[in-house]
Structure formats: C-alpha cells, structure tokens
Design a protein around this ligand. Structure first.
Ligand SMILES: [Zn+2]
Length: 435
C-alpha cells in the first residue's frame, strides 16, 4: 500500500499548535502562566495568546487565579477546565460489565460494575451475547444520565473489550473467553448513544490509562499485563500503543510457554494465560483440595471444592496455607518466565500487572522477580521495575476514559462545541416580516 502524507498547510500548523499547548497544560497538571507556555512550547507570545483564546472559547481551558507576586506584573494562570464536559469509560469483561464517568481531567465522578454471569458459568450462546450487550447498554445509559446531569457535555465513550478489535471499524473481531465474534460495537453504540465511541482491546486501553493517568506516566516503554479470566497485554512503545499490522499485537497471553500444556480457548495449548490466569490458579487449588493437600481451604468455601473462587485462594494464602502458597509460587515462576521473554523482546522500563495479578502480587512477585533475574539478559533487565497497576480492577474503564481524552489532546480542534442549530424556518419568516 502506498503511504499517504499530509502536508503542513496553515490549518495543520494551527491544529498542531492547539494540541501542543493543550498537551503542555495537561502534562503540567496544575495552573501555569502564559510565560511558562511560551517558554516550554517555543511559540511566540501572541501565538500562545491566540491559541489560548481559541481553547478557552471551546471551554477546554480556563483562567485559574493569578501567579505569585514576583518582580514584574503578576499574570493570569491558565489550567485545563475539568468541568467543560464528561468522559465515559466502559468495559465488557468476562462475567461483568463496568463503567466510570470522569471529568475532562479524568477525575472519577461515578463508577458502577455489574456481574453478568454466575461465578464459573461461561457465556456461550447468542442470547447470552444479546443479554450482556443489553446490560452494558443499560449501564452506559445510566452513566450518561450521571454524566450529562445539569446539561454537561459528554465528549464520548471509550470501550474496552477482551478480544481483538478492528480499529478501522471499531468491530470486536474475536473474544475467545466470551466466544463472541464480529460485533460492530462502535457503529451500534454511536447509533444508540449519539456520541463518539472508541473501541479498544481491554489491555491496550488499560495500558493507555496507565500511561496517561497511572503508574506509566512519563514512561514511554512499558508492558502492561492484565489478568481477568484471560491474560491480555498492552505494549507501550516509544510513547505509543503498539498495534502491529492489524492492531492485534500484545496478545502475550497466547504465547506458548508449554508446548504440551493444557488447551486454551484460542485453540492452541500451553498458552501463558492457561498457566498463570486466575482460572488456572483456581483449578490447581481445587485439585490440591480434592487430593487432601489443602484441607483448611474447605472451610472457606463451605466444604465444596467446586465453590472455590479466587478470593478464597487469596484468603488461604493470607493464612499461610502451604498448598496454596506452592500454587502461587508456581504461578510466579511462569509469570517470571513470560516476563523475562517480554523484557528480552521489548526492553521496557516497566512491567505493570493489572487485574487479579495485582491482588496476588505479594505471593507471586518475589518468585517472578527471581525468574526474571535468572532468565532475562542482564543489560535488558537492569532497572526494569515490575509494579502493580494504579487502578487495579478499574484499569480498563480508566483506560476507556483515557481513550477519549487522548483523542481530545491529539486534536482539540475536532472537539470544538457544535454551533447551535439554525433557527427554525418560521423565525426567518417572522424576522423578514418585521423588516
Ligand atoms: Zn491461547
């Protein structure tokens, strides 16, 4: 395919400068002076003044007090205006749907999560899909009511899904753990809600959220690992989400770590996610209970090994149950082996663990770190931090809000408020008759 270049006409220059000034305000995170913006952007004073006036007319920035008295005139401070509108982040997970409403600075104003399936039950039919979609849409309607109370503007909805997404159309192509394929979510939701919708793989959304709002701020190379029912990955490379040819990169949960391992929902076997995912952890602990190696756990789950859930596993780990600690140690081992592979491949500064892995951190991280220390190349692993997500189970919905915020920061001119509709025809007639 031939590459297409956009030439730098005046409109392009203006759009870039609007974005640059807004990004400096975002990065500052607090009110700054015009002089500061002139200094950091390298733009001249009158250009910065005209850009700020434009951004202010769209409501994206606001005056925010006066600078400290210093030699010279005190100046007005400028800040992003969090109250100008709302962002919605949503997630369709395996067994739950979730949403947040935030202001423009991603401050959370409302959050809600609902379970869509009983524990252990797996969605399989088209009716299940229709029901979960309806539950998600009801939740988003509720979020919109919260977001637009007092006629506040809703900028858009960022949606994270546990599968492969076609970015050109916003279609969920395949979600192995939901068993969904070819769901045109962006089209459906834009029609349903009447605002821009961005659909992204859940781990990619979460990685963007960490990069803009969480532990990945100012870190341009990191790997995000998200463990729900499956194991997803988001690759932030040189300050951009790495998508690969079709946007499907980062499916690290389906790296083969054991060629003869257990089968995976993707059709392969021995994938990383079947070795370290919560489902695998729970299954191994159940096995230990059935074999009489973790009798203390029986009391926690009412005597039924089938009733064991991840929270029981974590409780038993807290009580020092040896069989559970052994299982988590084994998970830590495979986690470390996979992370060592990723460190050798991508040379990141940071590896961020989200979802259930972030809760089990204390029991699996020491072993994971040990594996990394023995398997990753010394130069590549030097200084790499393995850390926990800032948002844990909210990582994807915060990423959803970040998807919209990222679009706004990238080209604020596209997000200017629409002019009010032209007056109805009768008004013109009346006006003409007065003349
Ligand atoms: Zn797989």
């Amino acid at each position: 395919m031939k590459r297409r270049y956009r030439t730098g006409d005046q409109t392009w220059v203006r759009e870039r400068n609007l974005a640059i000034v807004l990004n400096y305000l975002w990065e500052a995170g607090q009110p700054v002076s015009r002089a500061h913006l002139v200094q950091v952007s390298g733009l001249n004073k009158s250009t910065v003044g005209s850009i700020l006036a434009q951004l202010q007319s769209w409501g994206l920035v606001k005056d925010s007090g006066m600078s400290e008295p210093r030699p010279g005139r005190p100046g007005t401070l400028i800040d992003m205006n969090p109250e100008v509108g709302r962002l919605i982040g949503a997630e369709i997970g395996v067994g739950f749907v979730s949403a947040v409403v935030t202001d423009l600075k991603a401050g959370v104003l409302w959050r809600h999560k609902i379970e869509t399936f009983e524990d252990g039950e797996m969605p399989a039919t088209l009716q299940d899909q229709a029901r979960v979609l309806k539950q998600t849409e009801d939740l988003v309607h509720e979020a919109i009511q919260q977001a637009t109370a007092g006629e506040t503007r809703l900028f858009g909805i960022g949606l994270g899904v546990p599968g492969l997404v076609d970015h050109a159309t916003g279609t969920l192509l395949f979600a192995p753990n939901l068993k969904w394929s070819n769901v045109p979510l962006r089209d459906m939701w834009q029609k349903c809600f009447g605002v821009p919708v961005v659909v992204e793989n859940e781990a990619n959304a979460a990685a963007l959220g960490e990069w803009m709002l969480g532990v990945g701020r100012q870190v341009d190379n990191f790997v995000y690992l998200s463990a729900g029912v499956g194991l997803g990955g988001g690759l932030m490379i040189n300050g951009k989400l790495y998508g690969g040819r079709g946007g499907f990169a980062g499916e690290v949960g389906h790296m083969t770590l054991d060629p003869d391992g257990p089968p995976c929902n993707c059709g392969s076997r021995g994938c990383w996610e079947v070795l370290i995912g919560p489902t695998a952890i729970v299954q191994r602990v159940r096995q230990a209970v059935v074999e009489g190696r973790a009798t203390n756990l029986l009391a926690l789950c009412g005597g039924d090994p089938e009733a064991i859930r991840m929270e029981h596993v974590l409780q038993a780990a807290e009580h020092g149950e040896p069989a559970v600690l052994n299982t988590l140690d084994e998970v830590g081992r495979y986690l470390g082996i996979g992370i060592a592979n990723l460190i050798n491949t991508f040379n990141p500064s940071l590896v961020v663990l989200g979802g259930v892995l972030s809760l089990a951190g204390p029991y699996i991280l020491p072993r994971a770190q040990q594996e990394v220390n023995t398997r990753a190349l010394a130069v590549a692993r030097k200084g790499v931090e393995i850390t926990l997500s800032a948002f844990k189970f909210d990582a994807c919905v915060m990423g959803g809000a970040a998807l919209i915020l990222h679009e706004i920061l990238n080209n604020p001119a596209l997000w200017q408020p629409k002019p009010p509709p032209a007056p109805p025809f009768e008004d013109h007639v009346r006006f003409a008759s007065v003349l």
